[in-house]
Design a protein around this ligand. Structure first.
Ligand SMILES: [Zn+2]
Ligand SMILES: [Zn+2]
Ligand SMILES: [Zn+2]
Length: 340
């Protein structure tokens, strides 16, 4: 019997329809994309990207030359553009804004390695630290309200034709709808219970262990109760914090390690599928005093990892329901068993 489950944060329903698909082994990752394109991200190809915004280098080497461990460059095909002033106006019932924003690519390794799970932990620490530094820097730009850090790995997940490990970030002049839904849901829960919904969820998951994948000192990885996608995984800090910017250097190694382990389990257990991950953190809170008043107490940053093993189709688009063909309990059990 399929089961409808409600996400406790935003109230979205999902359908766990396990009769439609089979066992964990039956999820085959979709076919590869077109042949690989020329890589502009490898060490020695610095002139093939726009000039770097930031880099991690040892010693005092010149920018845009070899000898780096990580580089951040503007996207060659930006979705939003950094130059210009914000202009928002109405066109009858419609709202329009000019496309101001920032779109950056974080090149996570000088070597031609595709999956971040294959980098060593220290290299992932550089990446996580870079997310934090870019968020701190972009917060200074008063035009931006939010920065979404995300990764597209593999062709079917939007990873493009170049197989070189990288993340992206996009700074937006408005708060994204998904983020607002989470903020509003967390706020509602807090008003009623005077507790953070994510903290409550972590406590319950740690007690039941059914959906826990990895549990280390500062972080936990779970398959969410109302998973939208098969083998969806969330990584959450156990200590309450709404803002990724406040992540301390001492916690970065643990976060890098749990991220690497989860992604490696997904890679090994599911045949190297494409995936996306996103970082959900609190928006910049300098605009309206009193706006998102309790966000420090009620919101809790996290990373959502979504392997791309199914397609979103008509019913999902029409309803906002997602159909997940494997229960998160089964998914957690399977991933726990994958040796890395
Ligand atoms: Zn490369
Ligand atoms: Zn919390
Ligand atoms: Zn989220």
């Amino acid at each position: 019997m399929p089961e409808l489950r409600k996400d406790p944060i935003i109230g979205r329903w999902v359908i766990i329809a396990t009769e439609r698909a089979k066992r964990p082994d039956d999820f085959k990752s979709p076919p590869e994309g077109p042949p690989e394109g020329e890589c502009p991200f490898c060490e020695g190809k610095e002139s093939h990207t726009p000039p770097e915004i930031r880099a991690v280098r040892e010693g005092h080497r010149r920018p845009n030359t070899p000898g780096w461990k990580l580089r951040v460059v503007p996207s060659i095909k930006p979705i939003l553009r950094i130059e210009g002033k914000l202009d928002r106006h109405g066109q009858g019932v419609y709202d329009v804004m000019n496309g101001i924003g920032a779109h950056e690519v974080i090149i996570e390794t000088p070597k031609h390695i595709d999956n971040i799970s294959d980098l060593d932990t220290q290299q992932i620490v550089h990446t996580i630290n870079c997310y934090k530094e870019r968020l701190i820097d972009l917060e200074k730009d008063p035009r931006f309200k939010y920065v979404l850090v995300f990764k597209n790995y593999g062709w079917a997940a939007g990873g493009g034709r170049v197989k070189h490990s990288r993340s992206q970030l996009i700074a937006t002049p408005v708060n994204p709808k998904r983020v607002k839904e989470e903020l509003a849901g967390a706020h509602r829960y807090f008003e009623y219970h005077e507790r953070c919904v994510f903290c409550d969820l972590i406590k319950q998951e740690m007690a039941s262990k059914e959906r826990v994948l990895i549990d280390i000192d500062g972080f936990i990885a779970i398959t969410p109760f109302a998973s939208r996608f098969p083998f969806e995984v969330w990584i959450l800090p156990k200590k309450h914090s709404c803002d990724f910017i406040k992540l301390e250097s001492s916690d970065m190694k643990d976060l890098a390690e749990i991220l690497r382990e989860v992604l490696l389990k997904i890679k090994k257990g599911l045949g190297n599928p494409p995936y996306n991950y996103i970082l959900h953190t609190a928006p910049f809170r300098r605009f309206k005093p009193g706006y998102w008043r309790t966000v420090d107490q009620d919101y809790h940053w996290h990373i959502e990892i979504m392997p791309k093993l199914t397609r979103v189709a008509g019913f999902e688009w029409g309803t906002g329901f997602y159909i997940c063909p494997i229960s998160p309990e089964k998914a957690a059990e399977f991933l726990r068993g994958v040796q890395i």
